[in-house]
Design a protein around this ligand. Structure first.
Ligand code: PLP
Length: 387
């Protein structure tokens, strides 16, 4: 039986949806324009303005955004792409589906981001690109990563699924590499249900991404049936069906308007957690690096079984009993059998990511949380850890 009296399960990563989103979706439904159209174009413009990008292409997930970016690099079989072992499987799967070979470079145990020196050690004559992930909303160390990329002629695709608000030396995450890929999945900092965005420095790259993301057709489908009359299209690639719908953009436009407000709320919750857990025998997130902004996407505790007397999975079970939904971001990639079997990856090759993956858990950090919710989470963590 739960000790605490809270009756409702606190869902991890529940989005904060306002009336403006609801009204805009209804307006889309009433207009009859459900698919890719003017709202997607507006969301692309608003998002570009927010992150300081010149060119953007909306798509139906960050997974699609990563896949398109990697296809656009023109990987040949055997080309290697270096990424982090502490990420969602989508980062690695996108490399595989684009025809590349993923190579893992271990993380820095403090920042939990890919270690530039580990990237350097993994470079071979087949290395074509680097795919850093701004984990939890903390910026990767982009100066050395870009320096390595320039030195070796590598492309850079940034996985910014956690990093919409992240900046590094005054510039937004995603604007350093050739491509930056963002997620608007329900649990992410800006949500559209499902959705993603690619930004690029080069306009030709974004034109290519838009063609690849819509069957490889040379003209936008939504122009095909306009009042200017039917337009023939030409297929110039074997493309994909990755376009965003106006219904999704309708949500995103209003989510994006509140991105800073929601960020501020998550900063408050983050500070309450940092204060509350200082005395517990758990690891808490390191302060962000100077001249960076951490997007406060994931608040993670590190559960060292020796220090805590419980392992991470036991704490997860206890939190669930206390009606607190927690997440795990992530078991290290080599823990999964597919990758071990296909690439022969061993756990001891990326020891920091494997250790972190076994100790980490993420607490609720949605802007939707009330102060009472936050107090409940803190009380539950204290109870679970016997403090
Ligand atoms: C969520 C996530 C993705 C995939 O995003 P989708 O929009 O769900 O496809 C990719 N990489 C990381 C690090 C993520 O957290």
């Amino acid at each position: 039986m739960p000790v605490r009296s809270k009756d409702n399960f606190l869902v991890f990563g529940a989005p904060l949806i306002g009336q403006d989103e609801i009204d805009e979706v209804v307006a889309s439904m009433k207009s009859g324009w459900l698919g890719t159209g003017p709202k997607v174009a507006r969301f692309e413009k608003d998002f570009s303005d927010y992150v300081g990008a010149t060119h953007a292409a909306a798509c139906n997930s960050c997974t699609a955004a990563l896949h398109l970016s990697l296809v656009a690099l023109g990987l040949e079989p055997g080309d290697e792409v270096i990424t982090t072992p502490l990420t969602f499987c989508a980062s690695v799967n996108a490399i595989i589906h684009a025809g590349g070979t993923p190579v893992l470079a271990d993380v820095d145990p403090v920042t939990q981001n890919i270690d530039p020196e580990a990237i350097r050690e993994k470079i071979t004559p087949r290395t074509k690109a680097v795919l850093p992930v701004h984990f939890a909303g903390r910026s990767c160390d982009m100066d050395p990563i870009m320096a390595i990329a320039h030195e070796h002629g590598l492309k850079v695709v940034e996985d910014c699924a956690h990093a919409i608000e992240t900046t590094y030396k005054g510039r937004h995450a995603g604007t350093f590499g050739d491509f930056g890929c963002f997620s608007f999945y329900v649990t992410k900092n800006v949500c559209t249900g499902e959705g993603g965005m690619v930004i690029a420095r080069d306009e030709a790259d974004i034109r290519n991404i838009k063609v690849l993301g819509l069957h490889g057709m040379s003209a936008d489908a939504w122009k095909r049936f306009s009042d200017e009359g039917y337009k023939h299209y030409q297929v110039v690639h074997a493309g994909f069906k990755y376009n965003m719908m106006d219904i999704q953009a309708a949500i995103g436009i209003h989510q994006l308007k509140r991105v800073e407000e929601n960020f501020k709320r998550r900063c408050e919750i983050w500070d309450m957690y940092q204060e509350a857990f200082r005395a517990l025998p758990v690891g808490t997130p390191a302060p962000e690096e100077p001249d960076t902004r951490h997007a406060r996407h994931l608040y993670t505790l590190m559960i060292d079984p020796v220090a805590c007397g419980l392992d991470r999975d036991q704490v997860l079970v206890r939190l669930t009993k206390e009606n607190i939904g927690a997440g795990v971001h992530y078991l290290a990639v080599p823990e999964h059998p597919y990758y071990r079997d296909r690439y022969g990856w061993k756990l001891e090759d990326t020891p920091h990511a494997v250790a972190l993956g076994r100790e980490t858990l993420s607490l609720p950090l949605s802007a939707k949380l009330t102060d009472d919710d936050v107090a409940d989470v803190i009380e539950a963590v204290n109870l679970c850890l016997g403090a």
